[in-house]
Design a protein around this ligand. Sequence first.
Ligand code: ATP
Ligand code: ATP
Ligand code: MG
Ligand code: MG
Ligand code: MG
Length: 258
Amino acid sequence: EDDINKIKPEYIKAFQFEHKLMPSTWIVVRIDGCHFHRFSEGHEFEKPNDGQALNLMNSCAVAVLEEFQDIVFSYGVSDEYSFVLKKDSQFCQRHASGIVSVIVSFFSSMYVMKWKDFFPQKELKYRPYFDGRAVCYPSTEILQDYLAWRQVDCHINNQYNTCFWMLVKSGKSKREAQDSLKDTQAQEKNNLLVQQFGIDYQKLPVMFRQGSSVFWDKGDEAVTYNNGPRVKLRKKVVVEHCNIIEQSFWNANPCILD
Ligand code: ATP
Ligand code: ATP
Ligand code: MG
Ligand code: MG
Ligand code: MG
């Protein structure tokens, strides 16, 4: 028993040295569903886009923003979400493993808790879990480029997936659909949708085309006090489907990344 007292805590703790994320930089935590190809098939998600599954993701992101007030903006598409922490955040003393693990586990448990609200008829058959990473962006411009990159990715994938699933639903095998889309340009895909299926890509739901942005916005909200209801100006978390590639979004919402 005496030997154990000889172990100095500082000596054991020295092994825990951990890289802290660079100070005064935007921290982005991107989470992504693990094996959601299988998860989405197992739960019979509509293809290419299951609106309820996206609404569930968005609802989890709202809960994350409400819980962790250092998160100022988030953007989600498919099974992924990017959370932006303010530059001067001291959340988890900026330890990457702390920040990532807390956000990933909170999001995963929200996903399970909210499943029934969005899929009352569907049993949760597989365990949803997410991977996560933290990346620092040293300037607002680079952060905006990061978010634009995710939205461009959303657009490219959605356009491809819309064509792919229309071809499959019209009787082609997955292999044939893949082959006929190989090396096609964006315009060719738009033409294919119009000519073969009468679909105007621009008229597809905006959430599918632009993904979802979740952020704090000010708005009137009825708050009930002990002495009766009153309208108070209170910030709340909103979900919007807007173009975040163009600078005009950031100009119109200067408070988000101020
Ligand atoms: P990994 O574990 O490497 O992330 P993954 O199977 O999750 O593998 P992703 O590249 O992340 O692969 O792609 C997510 C997949 O989940 C998409 O290909 C799509 O099939 C499916 N998916 C996610 N969300 C939806 C949704 N709302 N509607 C339909 N399918 C979805
Ligand atoms: P942090 O978010 O910083 O981890 P914390 O409140 O979780 O804060 P910890 O130092 O991790 O603080 O301590 C965990 C606390 O949870 C303990 O103080 C104890 O009160 C409680 N706890 C955890 N497991 C049990 C258990 N099995 N039985 C009773 N209490 C428990
Ligand atoms: Mg992944
Ligand atoms: Mg995934
Ligand atoms: Mg993904």
